[in-house]
Design a protein. Structure first.
Ligand SMILES: Cc1cc2nc3c(=O)[nH]c(=O)nc-3n(C[C@H](O)[C@H](O)[C@H](O)COP(=O)(O)OP(=O)(O)OC[C@H]3O[C@@H](n4cnc5c(N)ncnc54)[C@H](O)[C@@H]3O)c2cc1C
Length: 411
């Protein structure tokens, strides 16, 4: 099978044979006791001991559905929190204000993200306000855009309209936290995995303090740039090794947050959202919270993110404020506190999302989801939705179904 055909084959099989159930009102009633969630696994598998590496959305959804289907699961997470690249910041802000460091907006057609949010009873609101003027600062000129016009436009070519994005009220991290509620006993935080050794009958996963976790199956959801922290014995396939060794790119992205003591821009009829030709997106995540203070954030990508990452924290904040003085005159006199995050600098991510070239995608991308013996793989990078919670959920469910089906490939 040629690589392009193989990729198309994988794409089709992900969609058609993953066995993932998407319920709508017209579906038949559930037939299994665990069969009532947006991604419920199908069929009855024999209970298996499974270690999942990573408590991002792909690992959490897999753990959630595998546990409900009767398996014995353990989730090992390197960080001191769940959620991975879903990170809602509450500090250093005050007055209960929050801002998203990672996943923030949800397109109307991301059925798994919206489906699980609904399943857990999370409330959704529009991402963009339908009141107040949007600003654009390009070529040294500030232009004000009425909301009707802005909402019918797209943030980038190929995207859904601004009006078709929503967000989870209270923060995107409500979603990983909702999965976690029924996995309290199974999740071990602060436990970076350092090695995975498999033999014909079992796998031994070892964490930094040398504790061993034996399993029948392993699901690895670790992002490619940090997969090199884990030693595999026997080694991974040549394609996966090529990806880990720099053959599979991730995009840089950074955010700079400024809490302002007053939403002074509202005096001019602005809603706090803007675009610049730096380029950057400027968001006002607190627009629908009835507080006096507000947070504005700068969302930088590509080379602008990398340039920003070279600066000290104070200079990141200073550069943003200088630029924003042209859009929100007088901003410097309203600053409470500033903060920034670089996803390239994050020890357990080293990148914002998978962004392979077409060649990388063909050479190695289509192999990243292949199981290696008893080890299965998931994560947004193993999906058609790079850089979306939808991709993480989809890939986690696809791998969970694969494990549930029990199709071992013995090494
Ligand atoms: C800046 C930014 C903006 C985004 N915007 C949006 C958006 O608006 N909407 C949207 O839907 N999505 C968005 N996303 C994408 C979304 O956040 C991700 O696609 C999704 O969260 C990825 O989930 P994951 O499980 O694949 O990976 P991760 O969330 O990265 O989870 C992997 C987990 O593995 C852990 N780990 C790593 N190494 C080890 C180890 N050795 N041992 C144990 N654990 C380990 C990590 O700590 C992490 O918790 C954005 C992401 C970023 C960074």
């Amino acid at each position: 099978m040629s690589k392009i055909n193989r990729r198309e084959f994988l794409r089709q099989s992900l969609l058609a044979t993953a066995g993932i159930t998407f319920f709508s009102c017209e579906d038949d009633p559930p037939t299994e006791p665990w069969d009532d969630s947006p991604g419920a696994l199908q069929g009855i598998g024999s209970p298996t001991k499974i270690v999942i590496i990573g408590a991002g959305l792909s690992g959490l959804v897999a753990g959630f559905e595998l546990k409900r289907a009767g398996h014995d699961i353990t989730i090992l997470e390197a960080r001191d929190r769940v959620g991975g690249r879903v990170l809602t910041l509450r500090e250093p802000f005050s007055d209960g204000l929050i801002a998203e460091a990672g996943a923030a907006r949800i397109p109307y057609n991301h059925d798994l993200t919206l489906g699980y949010a609904d399943y857990f009873g999370l409330k959704i609101d529009s991402f963009y306000p339908d009141e107040g003027l949007y600003a654009d600062y390009s070529g040294g000129v500030r232009t004000l855009i009425p909301p009707e016009e802005f909402l019918e436009d797209q943030p980038w070519s190929g995207s859904v309209l601004h009006s078709e994005y929503s967000k989870i009220i209270g923060g995107s991290d409500q979603l990983p936290k909702a999965f976690t509620e029924s996995l309290m006993e199974e999740i071990y935080l602060n436990n970076p995995v350092k090695s995975i050794e498999q033999s014909q009958h079992k796998v031994i996963v070892k964490v930094m303090d040398n504790t061993e976790f034996p399993a029948k199956k392993v699901l690895c959801t670790v992002p490619i740039p940090v997969l090199k922290n884990i030693t595999f014995n026997p080694p991974l396939s040549p394609e996966k090794i090529a990806a880990i060794s720099g053959g599979y790119d991730y995009a840089p992205a950074s955010r700079v947050f400024i809490q302002l003591n007053d939403r002074f821009w509202e005096n001019e009829g602005l809603n706090g959202f803007a675009n610049t030709d730096w380029p950057e997106e400027i968001w006002h995540p607190s627009w629908n919270r009835g507080k006096q203070k507000g947070i504005l954030l700068s969302y930088l990508r590509s080379n602008r993110a990398l340039e920003n990452d070279q600066l000290s924290e104070i200079n990141r904040i200073g550069q943003v404020l200088n630029r924003w003085e042209n859009i929100f005159p007088g901003i410097q006199s309203h600053v409470d506190v500033g903060h920034s995050i670089s996803w390239m600098d994050e020890k357990w991510s080293r990148g914002a999302w998978a962004s392979p070239t077409q060649e990388q995608d063909e050479l190695v991308g289509s192999y990243l989801g292949d199981p290696e013996g008893r080890i299965h793989f998931a994560g947004e990078h193993i999906s058609e939705f790079h850089g979306w919670m939808q991709g993480a959920l989809f890939s986690g469910l696809r791998a969970a179904q694969e494990i549930h089906n029990g199709n071992d490939i013995i090494v």
